[in-house]
Each structure stands twice: as structure tokens, then as C-alpha cells.
Design a protein around this ligand. Structure first.
Ligand SMILES: [Zn+2]
Length: 259
């Protein structure tokens, strides 16, 4: 129900002025807790770890590719070396036959010599293939070594950022535990109905449920009370729980309210 007065307060809710002032202490503690939670969430290490983790995934993928290339080359090299070996053995056999003098027909001798020449050429070509594979394998090995170094460097940067984050967490969590305990103690001395209203408003109003009336200004929304409102506040019983007409927060009078 709308109150026709420019300034309203909770009709059923009363609390001793000292209790209302203690509510401001609860508000101060809640603000500090909220600040700590915000700091914890917005630590620069979060973004740092996330970006480094992305880098790590990329570098690891490159490393796996280089390792695969290296092992492919290794297999290719074995195969190419076997090819060279086969040709060499065949050439050796031909050479032995030639040297043994068992081949006497000029035509057979000519064929045998032609085959030995062609096998030598073939062996040379295959040895070039082996060399080419070895070069590729060597550069793959260099890449594996380089990427292994990069993986461990990115990993150690992640470890470093993680331990900085954890150290900050520890500090925040310690401070949060202390403040939470303090809040429990202080809020235990605030009447339950007042605290309930405060908690509800705090949730609705971005973390601020109670504000000081300071120099005729609501410290919750920073709006200055007009003269009519000031007069209403002056008329209100000291234990009436006032609400700011503008932001609806609990408005607490103190000796500095300018009344
Ligand atoms: Zn206000």
C-alpha cells in the first residue's frame, strides 16, 4: 500500500537506534565481503591462466604433429635403407658371379655388366632417398626438441600463475573467514526482523540494504532529502525504521544526519 507521505518507514518495524547503527556495521562488513569476492573473481591470474592454457594446447598439438612426423620418417628411413641393402646384395652377387669366371658367354657377360652398372645407379638413387629422409627426420627432431622446450616453458608459466592465484585465494579466503565470523557476531545483536528486511533489500539493491543518513543525504543513493522529508524524519520516533523514499533502503539516523 502506498503511503501518501513523501517519506515512509516500515509501520510495523521498530528497532532501537543502537540496533539500527549496528546494522550499519553489518553493512560495512558485507560491503567488504562483497569487495573481496569481486577481487577474487577478477584476479588477473584467471585470464592469464586461461590464455596460457590455450597456448599450451596449441603447442602440444604441434609437438604431437612433429613427433608423428619424426616417427614416420624413422619408418621411411628403415624401409629405404632395406631397399638400398637389397640392391647392394644383388650387385654383390652379380659381382661375385662375374669375378668367379663362371659366366663365359660374351652376351651373358655383357648383360651381367649392364645389370651391375644399372644396380649401381639404382643404389645411388636410393641412397639419395635415404639422405633426403634423414634430413627431414633431423629437422623433425629439431622441431620436437624446440616444441618440447616450449611446452615446458608454457607449463612453468601456468604453474607460476597458478601459484600466484592460489596465494591470493588463500589471502582472500582467510580475510573472508575472519569477516564472516565478525559479521555473524555483529548481526546476532541486530533484531531478526530488521536483519531479514536488510538482507532482502541488500539482495535487491546491489549489495547495499542499509544506508546512513548523513548531512540530510541518503548515502545509499546519494540523494539529498528535501525540507518536507527532513521534517518527516524529525517527527519520526527514534526507534522507527525509516526507508529512503528514493531507493527504498533502510535509512539510519546518526548524530551526523543534520536533523
Ligand atoms: Zn536512498
Amino acid at each position: 500500500m502506498d503511503n501518501p507521505l513523501p517519506f515512509t518507514w516500515s509501520p510495523q518495524l521498530n528497532a532501537a537506534p543502537a540496533d539500527q547503527i549496528r546494522l550499519l556495521d553489518v553493512q560495512t562488513l558485507d560491503a567488504r565481503l562483497q569487495q573481496l569476492a569481486h577481487k577474487r573473481r577478477s584476479l588477473p591470474e584467471h585470464a592469464e591462466i586461461e590464455s596460457l592454457t590455450k597456448d599450451l594446447t596449441q603447442v602440444r598439438d604441434l609437438l604431437v604433429a612433429a613427433q608423428t612426423e619424426e616417427s614416420d620418417c624413422s619408418r621411411e628411413q628403415t624401409k629405404a635403407e632395406q631397399d638400398v641393402d637389397q640392391v647392394r646384395q644383388r650387385a654383390n652377387r652379380d659381382q661375385q658371379r662375374l669375378d668367379s669366371g663362371s659366366v663365359t658367354s660374351p652376351k651373358d657377360l655383357e648383360n651381367l655388366q649392364r645389370e651391375i652398372t644399372s644396380l649401381a645407379k639404382r643404389q645411388g638413387d636410393l641412397e639419395d632417398v635415404v639422405l633426403e629422409i634423414m634430413e627431414r627426420r633431423e629437422s623433425a627432431q629439431e622441431r620436437v626438441a624446440e616444441l618440447t622446450g616450449r611446452v615446458s616453458s608454457v607449463q612453468s608459466r601456468i604453474d607460476d600463475a597458478t601459484s600466484r592465484r592460489d596465494a591470493a585465494f588463500e589471502e582472500f579466503d582467510g580475510e573472508t573467514a575472519t569477516l564472516t565470523k565478525e559479521r555473524e557476531v555483529v548481526s546476532a545483536s541486530v533484531p531478526a526482523d530488521l536483519l531479514k528486511l536488510y538482507d532482502k533489500l541488500r539482495e535487491q539493491q546491489g549489495g547495499v540494504g542499509a544506508a546512513r543518513l548523513y548531512q540530510r543525504r541518503c548515502e545509499g543513493c546519494r540523494l539529498e532529502l528535501n525540507i518536507t522529508e527532513v521534517n518527516e524524519v524529525k517527527k519520526a520516533a527514534p526507534d522507527a525504521v525509516l526507508r529512503c523514499e528514493n531507493c527504498r533502503r533502510i535509512l539510519v539516523r546518526t548524530s551526523e544526519s543534520g536533523l
